[in-house]
Write a protein that binds this ligand. Structure first.
Ligand code: F6P
Length: 485
C-alpha cells in the first residue's frame, strides 16, 4: 500500500480532548486506520522558525513546523482567514485585501513545500487540504514531485464573479490545477470551480468530472465529508448519564433545550440566530421559562479583527437578550465561548430538543450530522438547518431555513418545539437513513481511490500525447526526489 501523506495547515494535537474544526474530525479515522505522514503547522509561532519536528502517535507520523510571527499574521490571519475565507464563503464584504499578505501566503506555501519534499518517498500519495494550501500542488510539481497529488476543499467554492475579487485569483487557480484530482463537498462547489476556471483561465470542462488546462487534464470530484455515525451515536449514549450531561439536565429542570455548537466564526450566522431566538421570545411569551438556549461558540482566530468584533457583538447581544427577557430565576440564553470536549458535546446534543445549525454558508457542517447521530430514536430532537450548509443536501428531514432571515428561523424553531413525537421520529429516521451507511473512513478511502485512478489516467493521457513523457513515467518511480541542491 502506498504511504499516504496528508498536508493541512492545522494538524490535530493527538493529546487534546477537543479539536476545533471539521478537518481534523474528518481525517482522524483514515489516518488512524491507514497510518502515514501528517504534515503541517504545529500551532506555534517562533522567530526564527525551528526546523521540522517529527513525532509519532497512534501509528501516525506527525511532521510539523512553526510559523514565524509574520507568516502567522499574513499567511494565516491575513490572507487565509481575512481574504480567502470570506470570499470562499461568499461574504465579500468581509474581504480584507493587502498585497503583502498575498506575497507572504505564497512564500509560506513555498517554505512548506521545501520542508515537505525531503520527507517524501517513492510511491507516496500526497493529499493536500483546504484553502491555506492552494498553491502547494504547483509548488510541489516545480520541485520535481511526480507523485499523485490530490486536493480537497473543505469549504465552499463561490461563483466566478465572487472568486475573481480576490487578489491573485488566477494564480491560485493555476497553482491548484497542478493537482491530479480536486475534490469538493457538493456538486455546486465543483460547478462553481469549473465555471471560474473557465472564465478566468479559459480551462475547458470535459463532462462533469474534468477540466483541461495547459494540455493537462485535472479530475474534479464530489466527496461530501462524513462522520462515523455509529461511533458518535455510541458516544452520545455513553454520555447520556455522564456528570456533565446530568448537571445540564438538572439545571434545566424540565425545560426544553435549544442547542447551537459552532466555532465563533462570521460564517456561522450566530447574530442572525440570536435575532431569531429574540424574535421567538417576543412572539411566544408562553415559552419564557419553558426553554433555554445554550450556544457553544468556541472562540477561534481571535487575532483577526472580524472575529474579535463578532465575539464582542455576540456577548453584547446575549447580555441584551438576558437583560430584556430574563427573570430572577430564569435566563433564556447561556453562551460558552470555549471548545467543549467531544463526549460532553455528544451528551448535550442528545439532551437537546432542537439543534440549531444555521451557517450563512458552510462547506458541509459536521455538527449537523453529529446532532442526528446523537439522538434517541424514540424521542429525537429536531434539527433546524441552513439550506446553505453542504449537509442540507443529505439531511432533508431537517427544518431547512434561510439563515439570513431571523423571522423564518423563529417560525421554524417554534414549529420544532411544537412538533409531535411521531413527526420528530419520522424526520429523524429520514436523516438517520441518509447518514447511517456513510463513514469518515469511507470518505477518505473514496478520495484516495479516486486519486490513484486520476493519476493513472493522467499518466496514460500524457503518454498518448507525448512519447517522451511515457518513457519518463515508466522509467521513474512515481515520486522522484527533488533535485533542488
Ligand atoms: O474546516 C475548515 C477549517 O478551516 C479547517 O481548515 C481548519 O482546520 C478548521 O476549519 C479550524 O480552523 P483553524 O484551523 O483556523 O482553527
Amino acid at each position: 500500500m502506498n504511504r499516504l501523506v496528508v498536508v493541512s495547515n492545522r494538524v490535530p494535537d493527538p493529546t487534546a480532548a477537543a479539536q476545533a474544526g471539521g478537518l481534523a474530525v474528518a481525517l482522524e479515522s483514515l489516518m488512524q486506520r491507514r497510518g502515514g505522514l501528517w504534515f503541517g503547522w504545529n500551532g506555534k509561532i517562533a522567530e526564527p522558525a525551528s526546523s521540522v519536528g517529527v513525532t509519532q502517535a497512534n501509528g501516525i507520523e506527525f511532521a510539523t513546523l512553526d510559523l514565524t510571527p509574520e507568516e502567522h499574521e499574513r499567511y494565516y490571519n491575513g490572507f487565509s482567514n481575512a481574504a480567502l475565507w470570506p470570499v470562499l464563503h461568499t461574504l465579500p464584504d468581509l474581504l480584507h485585501t493587502d498585497r503583502r499578505n498575498a506575497e507572504i501566503y505564497f512564500a509560506t506555501n513555498a517554505r512548506m513545500a521545501d520542508a515537505l519534499v525531503p520527507l517524501l518517498r517513492p510511491n507516496d500519495l500526497v493529499w493536500v487540504h483546504d484553502y491555506h494550501l492552494m498553491p502547494l500542488p504547483a509548488l510541489l510539481r516545480a520541485r520535481g514531485v511526480h507523485a499523485p497529488i490530490g486536493f480537497f476543499l473543505h469549504v465552499p467554492f463561490p461563483a466566478p464573479d465572487v472568486f475573481s475579487i480576490l487578489p491573485d485569483a488566477r494564480r491560485l487557480l493555476r497553482d491548484l490545477l497542478a493537482a491530479d484530482l480536486i475534490g469538493f463537498q457538493t456538486p455546486n462547489d465543483r460547478d462553481n470551480f469549473a465555471a471560474t476556471a473557465a472564465k478566468l483561465l479559459g480551462a475547458a470542462r470535459m463532462g462533469e468530472g474534468s477540466l483541461v488546462y495547459g494540455g493537462n487534464r485535472v479530475r474534479l470530484g464530489v466527496f461530501p465529508v462524513e462522520i462515523e455515525p455509529r461511533a458518535f451515536a455510541a458516544l452520545a449514549l455513553e454520555n447520556d448519564a455522564a456528570p456533565a450531561t446530568e448537571r445540564l439536565r438538572r439545571s434545566l429542570a424540565g425545560q426544553r433545550l435549544l442547542l447551537g455548537a459552532d466555532r465563533l466564526d462570521p460564517t456561522k450566522g450566530l447574530m442572525q440566530r440570536l435575532a431569531a431566538y429574540r424574535g421567538l421570545l417576543a412572539l411566544r411569551p408562553e415559552l419564557r421559562g419553558a426553554m433555554t438556549m445554550l450556544q457553544i461558540a468556541a472562540a477561534s482566530r481571535q487575532d483577526v479583527a472580524t472575529y474579535r468584533d463578532l465575539r464582542a457583538q455576540l456577548e453584547r447581544q446575549a447580555g441584551a437578550i438576558n437583560g430584556e427577557f430574563g427573570e430572577a430565576d430564569w435566563s433564556p440564553l447561556r453562551v460558552i465561548t470555549r471548545a467543549v470536549p467531544r463526549g460532553v458535546m455528544a451528551g448535550y446534543m442528545r439532551l437537546a430538543r432542537v439543534g440549531l445549525v444555521t451557517p450563512l454558508r458552510d462547506g458541509m457542517n459536521l455538527v449537523a450530522k453529529e446532532f442526528v447521530a446523537a439522538q434517541d430514536p424514540q424521542d429525537p430532537g429536531v434539527l433546524v438547518l441552513s439550506r446553505y450548509a453542504g449537509a442540507a443536501r443529505q439531511l432533508n428531514g431537517a427544518l431547512l431555513v434561510n439563515p439570513h432571515d431571523p423571522e423564518e428561523m423563529a417560525q421554524a424553531i417554534s414549529m420544532a418545539l411544537d412538533m409531535s413525537q411521531d413527526e420528530r421520529q419520522d424526520r429523524w429516521q429520514t436523516m438517520w437513513r441518509a447518514i447511517e451507511g456513510t463513514s469518515a473512513l469511507a470518505w477518505g478511502r473514496g478520495f484516495v481511490a479516486a486519486l490513484i485512478n486520476a493519476h493513472r489516467a493522467r499518466l496514460e493521457e500524457n503518454v498518448a500525447n507525448d512519447p517522451v513523457a511515457l518513457l519518463a513515467a515508466v522509467a521513474e518511480p512515481i515520486t522522484a526526489p527533488a533535485s533542488r541542491h
